[in-house]
Design a protein around this ligand. Structure first.
Ligand SMILES: [Zn+2]
Length: 193
């Protein structure tokens, strides 16, 4: 009973991103692209055949084809950091992380990994990995191409990509927040009317 109440509170706290996640799950199911949903600690690893990366809505990590619940997939581990951000920020997750992240990945893909919200996710993932993932190699998670035994079971790749833990602040970080500010202002005006 207590577990049910806790889960209900967590869903209500993260409701906007949970509703979006359920819509995406429904869409993937309709187009027969929903291949697996597996629990991964406090989240779910979803094999939705997503092309070009992954994204997180509430506790749901939507990953590429072959995504399974394993701490040996560094992409999943990084995305798990976003699920922790969602737990922390609740209804503010989409405004502070979701929208700026979509913009950054779309417009500035080469700089995306160094934005503050990505680095924060990496730091959360790193601490989580050290404490909870067996065989987790922190250095191989953070740095690309360091000497390690890491092999991603999904794509059989080594650590060819990094998960930086230091932000590179740039002037466009301010611009990335403008759509969220406008949306928030619009909601404020709507609430007043
Ligand atoms: Zn990310």
């Amino acid at each position: 009973m207590l577990q049910f109440v806790k889960q209900a509170i967590l869903i209500i706290w993260q409701l906007p991103q949970c509703v979006l996640a359920w819509l995406v799950l429904g869409f993937l199911w309709c187009i027969r692209s929903l291949h697996a949903i597996e629990p991964f600690h406090s989240a779910y690893a979803v094999d939705g055949g997503i092309k070009g990366g992954a994204f997180t809505l509430g506790p749901y990590v939507f990953g590429p084809a072959g995504t399974r619940s394993t701490g040996h997939d560094h992409l999943l581990v990084h995305e798990y950091g976003h699920t922790l951000q969602s737990l922390i920020l609740g209804p503010f997750y989409l405004l502070l992380i979701g929208i700026p992240s979509v913009l950054s990945a779309g417009v500035l893909p080469r700089m995306h990994n160094y934005r503050w919200f990505e680095v924060w996710a990496n730091r959360l993932s790193l601490e989580f990995g050290k404490d909870h993932l067996i065989g987790f190699e922190p250095a191989a998670f953070v740095e690309a191409n360091v000497s390690s035994s890491y092999i991603n079971p999904r794509n059989k790749g080594h650590n060819h990509s990094s998960n930086p833990v230091h932000v590179q602040y740039r002037w466009f970080d301010v611009l990335l927040m403008i759509p969220s500010c406008l949306l928030l202002y619009g909601m404020y005006l709507l609430a007043l009317s």
